[in-house]
Design a binder for this molecule. Structure first.
Ligand code: NAD
Length: 469
């Protein structure tokens, strides 16, 4: 039997098992869902060290950063989901229009069924398991496909999930393009994909064959705008923090910075100070600073440096998968540096003459996943909200919107479609079923909207129409 055949059989066997479990009601009770969420939290707590070391092996991620941005983030999402689970699953009652009375209306959330979650390599644990929290809470069964580019984390997830979650309902399938293609060839009830837009299109095309709903969490270039109403030193520190987290391999990292030429001149030394402040002068030796995922991406980043003049940093060590925090000016807007998502520790500074030009610059490009504005001027903040479109806006802080579970997290246009986190994770993996109950007695329909349309009925209908105008 060829490898392809065995993968195929395994995949359909797994999906068959999950579908049977769903049909048999394994996932229906709220108590079972809560137990699974508790199991997921237990897995993270009991194996925190194993996950931290897997993340370190895959990305050189410091254990504390692993705890902050992956394990801790997941634990707080699980806690939030567990504390809201009962109210989410209850659905909600709605008012009905007078003309329909007596009647009652409610929205009942129902699980889709069997879900596929495809994760990328940059936050390989968090992005595989964060959607899973919603999958579980909403009462689905599901398969997780971690990224093959983060093999240690993928292996840890694959070996531990079956020990902590009900294997009748959840499975992990490891692998790369071949295995994912195989998975995408199957019929799913929902597909949740995080990664780049090229593969996002492949996922959506595969989903379209079965009219399967999808969420696409994609990336792109997230701009930063800075004006001189803010403390530039404090702004520079936050921008550098957001940019260098995970060595810039963060979907919501500031990609490039827009400011007037005089602000750019002031910002260059402040950004450099911030790098030294956070990571010292020997960045390569600092264990808090991670590595690029692989040689291909390190070389890609090295080539991006050609897109302008390096005014700070710029050193690349391909063998060590190291790219120094780098600031670039005199940027060629047609170079790869500005036409591709950077996804690394390189920050281009682009001069604009005023706010209008900055807004036009952003609007002339794909809608970003996030947009960051450092300004104390309320009217300027309002203009960015009203005149641009992006997945999110952060005023005076990059990336932190992820930590507010009440905020939907997702993109728009090229940066993605759909969202999750907090209650949105539950809703993403639930079909909101409309339920209307109208008693047969008194029969208000027969006496108002059903034929024959007597003069009295016509008068009633026209009166109702007038009320609408
Ligand atoms: P990746 O290479 O790990 O790919 C993502 C997933 O797609 C993997 O599981 C991989 O196996 C699968 N895949 C790759 N090629 C495929 C193919 N031809 N057919 C089917 N499946 C395939 O990760 P990536 O795409 O390089 O991730 C980085 C991108 O993801 C960036 O653009 C980043 O901005 C974006 N991202 C977005 C978010 C978000 O939440 N919006 C989060 C993280 C990353």
């Amino acid at each position: 039997m060829t490898k392809q055949h065995s993968v195929k059989r395994d995949t359909s066997e797994i999906i068959g098992l999950l579908r049977d479990s769903f049909a048999n009601g394994v996932t229906r009770s709220v108590a079972w869902r809560d137990q699974q969420l508790a199991g997921l939290a237990e897995m993270l707590r009991e194996n925190s060290e194993a996950f931290e070391s897997a993340l370190q092996s895959d990305l050189g991620k410091s254990p504390v950063e692993g705890v902050l941005t992956e394990i801790g983030f997941l634990l707080s999402e699980i806690r939030y989901a567990r504390s809201h689970l009962k109210s989410w699953t209850r659905g909600k009652h709605l008012t009905v229009p007078l003309a329909l009375l007596p009647a009652s209306a409610r929205v009942v959330p129902e699980p889709y069924g069997t879900v596929l979650v495809i994760a990328p390599w940059n936050y390989p644990l968090m992005l595989a398991l964060s959607p899973l929290i919603g999958v579980i809470a909403a009462g689905n069964t599901g398969v997780i496909k971690p990224s093959e580019l983060a093999p240690h984390t993928s292996a840890a997830v694959a070996s531990l999930i079956p020990l902590y979650l009900d294997p009748r309902a959840f499975a992990v399938v490891e692998g790369g393009v071949e295995e994912t293609t195989e998975l995408l060839g199957q019929k799913w009830d929902y597909i949740f994909y995080t990664g780049n837009g090229t593969v996002g299109r492949i996922v959506q095309a595969a989903a379209a064959k079965n009219l399967t709903p999808t969420t696409l969490e994609l990336g792109g270039k997230s701009p930063v705008y800075v004006d001189d109403s803010v403390n530039l030193r404090a702004a520079a520190q936050r921008i550098v923090w957001g940019k260098l987290m995970n060595s810039g391999q963060t979907c919501v990292a500031p990609d490039y910075l827009l400011a007037t030429p005089s602000i750019i001149t002031k910002l260059i030394p402040l950004l450099a100070d911030a790098v030294r402040d956070l990571y010292g002068t020997a960045v390569q030796q600092n264990p808090d600073y991670g590595r690029i995922i692989n040689e291909r991406h390190t070389k890609r980043l090295s080539a991006l440096l050609e897109g302008g003049t390096v005014v700070f940093g710029g050193r690349v060590d391909i063998d060590d998968l190291f790219v120094e925090p780098t600031i670039i000016t005199d940027v060629d807007l047609d170079s790869d540096l500005m036409t591709q998502e950077i996804f690394g520790p390189i920050l281009p500074l682009i001069p604009v003459s005023n706010l209008d030009e900055a807004i036009a610059f952003v609007n002339g490009r794909d809608k970003p996943l996030a947009l960051y504005v450092f300004s104390n001027d309320r009217s300027i903040r309002s203009r960015w909200i009203a005149e641009t479109s992006s997945g999110a806006i952060g005023f005076d802080v990059p990336a932190a919107h992820l930590m507010a579970p009440g905020l939907p997290f997702g993109g728009v246009g090229e940066s993605g479609t759909g969202n999750y986190h907090g209650a949105r994770s539950f809703l993403t993996f639930s079909h909101e079923k409309a339920v209307l109950t109208k008693p047969l007695k008194p029969d208000t329909l027969r006496s108002s909207v059903m034929p024959p349309f007597t003069e009295t009925k016509q008068t009633i209908i026209r009166k109702l129409l007038n009320k609408l105008s």
